[in-house]
Design a protein around this ligand. Structure first.
Ligand code: T3D
Length: 266
């Protein structure tokens, strides 16, 4: 089911529990404008209100995932003072907070170059799959900025401080295969196999026990800041909740009956 027209800066299509969200400004490499941010937040509202979404797939139209902030929106020659912090507070930070707390898993399918905020948004996926030809670029320092959209937190956690600093300070691209080798993303896939691989992964997660996946994400992400002791308590509490779900009963029944489980996400 398509739920919007092709001229929108972000497209949404729903099919069998998979919400396909496509950044759609291909001639600007899907650079992020205020209009795009507002549409994306509106789509997230819509998806979170539905009960049938089992996975969200975020990707880009054309040859890019996203080139980050649309620099055409920035008048650096005018007299008016620029307050980039206001834009980050209004758009980027809420977006990042929403993406890491979605009530379903997030797959980022990185179909091409991901630069600036576009790179750091891509890295927020629970699963990040990239075309081998894709590149990740912390391009901020090239224009006198520092990484945002969580990059100063995500990058060192994923690849360690030395690599995070070098990537951010140079703004040099890293190709998808090296990003996978460094543990920055889950997988780099040959371009010709990318669509099929993403599709099969999305279908697999759409059939998974959604609440368990969301609990896994929450616990793994929170482990970055907490002690083993705190994690043990968290695992106990989350497991208690998951044990009350239909999906747990179905999983155990299916195991005992030696058949595939049919999870409903409840
Ligand atoms: O401002 C705030 O609110 C603060 C928040 C900041 C967050 C950020 O994301 S800051 C970082 C902003 N992004 C960048 O600095 C990246 C700029 N783009 C690039 O460096 C390159 O385009 C790429 C490395 C991503 C790709 O290079 P390439 O050679 O494959 O493509 P290209 O020719 O540079 O780009 C194709 C077109 O897209 C081109 O337009 P044209 O010449 O065909 O009319 C280019 O200007 C346009 N484009 C690419 N990136 C942006 C963009 N237009 C506006 N904003 C962009 N970010």
């Amino acid at each position: 089911m398509r739920v919007d027209g092709p001229d929108q800066p972000v497209l949404l299509a729903m099919e069998q529990g998979i919400a396909r969200v496509t950044l759609n400004r291909p001639d600007r490499l899907n650079a992020l404008t205020v209009e795009l941010h507002e549409r994306l937040l509106e789509i997230l509202d819509m998806l979170e209100a539905r009960r049938d979404v089992r996975v969200m797939l975020l990707t880009g139209s054309g040859r890019a995932f996203s080139a980050g902030q649309d620099l055409g929106e920035r008048d650096v020659d005018g007299d008016a003072p620029l307050d980039l912090g206001a834009n980050i507070e209004t758009y980027y930070n809420p977006l990042v907070r929403r993406l890491v707390a979605l009530p379903f898993p997030l797959i980022c399918a990185v179909n091409g170059v991901a630069a600036g905020a576009g790179a750091n948004i891509a890295l927020l996926g629970d699963i990040v799959i990239a075309k081998e030809s894709a590149r990740f670029i912390q391009s901020f320092a090239r224009i006198g900025l520092m990484p945002d959209s969580g990059g100063t937190w995500t990058l060192p956690h994923l690849v360690g401080q030395p690599r995070a600093l070098a990537l951010a300070m140079t703004g040099d691209p890293i190709d998808a295969r090296r990003a996978a080798d460094w543990g920055m993303i889950w997988k780099a896939v040959p371009d010709a196999e990318f669509d099929a691989e993403v599709e099969s992964f999305a279908r697999r997660l759409a059939a998974a026990p959604t609440s368990a996946l969301v609990a896994i994400r929450g616990a793994v992400r929170s482990a970055w800041d907490r002690t083993l002791d705190a994690q043990l308590d968290l695992e106990r509490d989350e497991q208690r909740l998951l044990g009350r779900n239909d999906d747990y009963r179905e999983g155990v029944r299916a195991f005992k009956a030696k058949r595939q489980p049919r999870f409903t996400g409840r």
